[in-house]
Design a protein around this ligand. Structure first.
Ligand SMILES: NC(=O)c1ccc[n+]([C@@H]2O[C@H](COP(=O)([O-])OP(=O)(O)OC[C@H]3O[C@@H](n4cnc5c(N)ncnc54)[C@H](OP(=O)(O)O)[C@@H]3O)[C@@H](O)[C@H]2O)c1
Length: 289
């Protein structure tokens, strides 16, 4: 049976690792980019097919999904995310996609009391309602956040967050990508499943930063701030209200201890332990120099 895969979000944190693994596996796949490159530097990769369509454009998505059996759906964190998911669902139905693998978020539930898992759950429900076979990957917070939007704070030696002294089971995006590759290569085995993807350690923010400090050779401190202080700081940085609301909900989830649980799914699916915080810190130490 044919299994042509399309990877959306292919240029992002998870997607770029996933593409690497699909190349290694010799998979029959294409990637989706939101727009045609404007410079030669953005030219498509010669090793696999690139299709162009924005999640905003249902007709272009339908064309891009044509001939695709298995669709990896990764939506960016934008205000109209549910609307974009509606476009993906309609285009997948119109194009005859057979299986959707959706990168969602831990705790996704349309009835959740907190804004972020409620949003993720609404999108999961919307995709499931297509009747197309679905698999949901629900990752915890990414270790790589320390190397992307929090890199400046790590470099400064102090990381500020409103997460009290609570522990979290952060995951390395390379493990999310490894699970995604496994599911995409044999989707029928995972139809109707939802996997919670966490790391194998439940660590406080200071313990996470201790691993980074060890890799760097100097300490990095955690400074807890109150929820209201974090909201004020995000507003002062000019973040839109909808982002502030989602991030505030995330802080409250973590501080209450809801992000501390360790799921067995990564180890069960990959047959090995998840990547540790210490390993992540060693592999990404260039991000903090
Ligand atoms: N950070 C965390 O701790 C965490 C934890 C759990 C879940 N999540 C979820 O994970 C997702 C982010 O994953 P990520 O960090 O791997 O993504 P990312 O690095 O932010 O990349 C976003 C991707 O979306 C694509 N994209 C953006 N606008 C598009 C459009 N209009 N049409 C088509 N494609 C578009 C981009 O492709 P182009 O370059 O082609 O535009 C890019 O590949 C979010 O949904 C977030 O809620 C994050």
């Amino acid at each position: 049976m044919s299994n042509k895969i399309l990877v959306t979000g292919a240029s992002g944190n998870i997607g770029s690792q996933l593409v690497r693994l699909l190349v290694e596996a010799g998979a029959d796949f294409a990637v989706l980019r939101s727009k045609e490159p404007e410079t030669a530097a953005g030219a498509p990769h010669s090793g696999y097919e690139t299709r162009y369509a924005s999640f905003d454009d249902r007709a272009a998505l339908t064309q891009a999904f044509t001939g695709i059996d298995t669709l990896f759906v990764l939506l960016p964190l934008v205000e109209n995310k549910v609307q974009l998911a509606g476009n993906v669902a309609a285009a997948a139905l119109a194009a005859g996609v057979k299986h959707i693998v959706r990168s969602s978020g831990a705790g996704a539930d349309p009835k959740a009391g907190f804004a972020l898992p409620r949003l993720q759950g609404e999108i999961d429900a919307l995709l499931a309602a297509t009747g197309i076979a679905c698999t949901f990957l629900r990752p915890a917070g990414f270790m790589q956040n320390f190397a992307t939007f929090m890199a400046g704070q790590v470099k400064s030696g102090t990381v500020y967050a409103a997460q009290a002294d609570a522990a979290q089971s952060l995951i390395d995006v390379r493990d999310i990508a490894a699970v995604a590759a496994k599911v995409l290569l044999a989707p029928e085995k995972h139809a109707g499943q939802a996997y919670t993807l966490t790391g194998g350690e439940s660590l406080t923010t200071q313990q996470q930063l201790d691993s980074i400090g060890q890799a760097l050779g100097h300490p990095v401190k955690y400074q807890a701030v109150p929820f209201e202080g974090a909201v004020q700081a995000m507003q002062d940085m000019g973040m839109p209200g909808w982002v502030v609301e989602l991030m505030d909900s995330l802080n409250r989830i973590v501080a209450a201890g809801y992000a501390a649980g360790i799921s067995p799914d990564v180890e069960r699916l990959l047959g090995r332990k998840p990547i540790t915080m210490a390993q992540f810190a060693r592999d990404y130490s260039a991000a903090w120099h």
